[in-house]
Design a protein around this ligand. Structure first.
Ligand SMILES: O=C(O)CCC(=O)C(=O)O
Length: 312
């Protein structure tokens, strides 16, 4: 992360890393997504409403039969999805923004198209931009923080959003209030407006101080969750589709998701990838905590086995 990027991240709360993925990586990730029965892909022209998220993010609990503390992740799709855990084009940014021994907390894929257009729901930061429904604002106990001191960045959660398709601001996509990760005053009321009974803004209601961010296929948008952000409603005139893979990282002692990864589930992980999949721990990877993780992972497997037996 060079000095200009550090300056811009501190100033705005986000960065676009151009060509974080090669075109081969974009292609292989896209082919896997195409081939999966994710509940996200419906035939062209179908009126069926899409469930537009898939992954281990448990701010959404989609079905009562879902495991409460262990969830399907994009990593389960293997290969290039595993590579993204510590991809060399992104790792230096994570090390600078989070320090050593950060962990992957959760992942998910977001698909936006004309059938899945929702109002913009700004959220993040300590100011509660999303109003009463903002789960990561005022009620998070301070985990959604950003700080820079003694020459170091401190972030409670860093999101890396890999774009598989080119998105232009007129289509929709990521938007944020640049600089809001450092704001001290409550976000203007217009941002909390309820459109059609639910919180959020239609495209024409989005104030000028919300920036729409342009990204091409293969680019990654890195942002601090402390910056007020959200998804611009998809332009219903656009035939394009946005496919974004989110990998969200935090310091090793912090946890956002009630679920954690079990590194025993994934074959061929490097030592570094195993460390990044660590459950939250106040001590980071060490001989002593490794023993605790091993036991916790084994117990997780046993609980899954017992549940499967119970329902089977
Ligand atoms: O990239 C986007 O559409 C924003 C996603 C978002 O709101 C989030 O990751 O919390």
């Amino acid at each position: 992360m060079n000095d200009e990027e550090k300056y811009l991240f501190d100033l705005r709360g986000y960065l676009v890393v151009k060509n974080a993925l090669t075109s081969e990586q974009v292609e292989s990730l896209s082919i896997i997504v195409d081939g999966k029965d994710t509940g996200l892909n419906v035939p062209k022209g179908s009126r069926k409403k899409r469930n537009n998220q898939r992954g281990s993010d448990r701010t959404w609990f989609t079905h009562e039969d879902d495991m409460a503390w262990s969830s399907p992740a994009l990593l389960d799709w293997g290969g290039p999805f595993i590579d993204l855990i510590d991809i060399p084009t992104i790792t230096p940014y994570l090390e600078t923004l989070l320090g050593v021994n950060y962990r992957l907390d959760h992942d998910y894929m977001l698909i936006s198209n004309k059938e899945s257009s929702h109002p913009l729901f700004l959220h993040g930061g300590g100011q509660g931009a999303g109003g009463v429904l903002d789960k990561v604002g005022p009620t998070d106990g301070g985990q959604c923080y950003y700080r820079y001191s003694n020459g170091r960045f401190f972030n409670g959660l860093i999101a890396v959003a890999f774009e598989l398709n080119t998105v232009s601001p007129v289509d929709g996509g990521f938007a944020c209030i640049p600089g809001s990760h450092k704001s001290n005053v409550e976000v203007p009321k217009i941002c909390k407006k309820a459109a059609s009974g639910s919180p959020g803004l239609s495209a024409s209601e989005i104030p000028d101080f919300v920036d729409r961010v342009t990204a091409s296929a293969g680019d990654a948008i890195i942002f601090t969750e402390a910056c007020q952000h959200g998804t611009v409603p998809w332009n219903t005139e656009s035939d394009k589709e946005r496919r974004t893979l989110f990998y969200k990282y935090c310091p090793h002692a912090v946890a956002w998701s009630p679920c954690y990864y079990n590194s025993d589930h994934y074959e061929g992980l490097t030592e570094n990838q195993k460390n990044i999949l660590m459950p939250p721990s106040a001590f980071g990877p060490s001989d002593r905590t490794s023993l605790i993780w091993k036991k916790a992972q084994a117990e997780q497997v046993e609980l899954m086995r017992l549940r499967a037996k119970d329902t089977g």
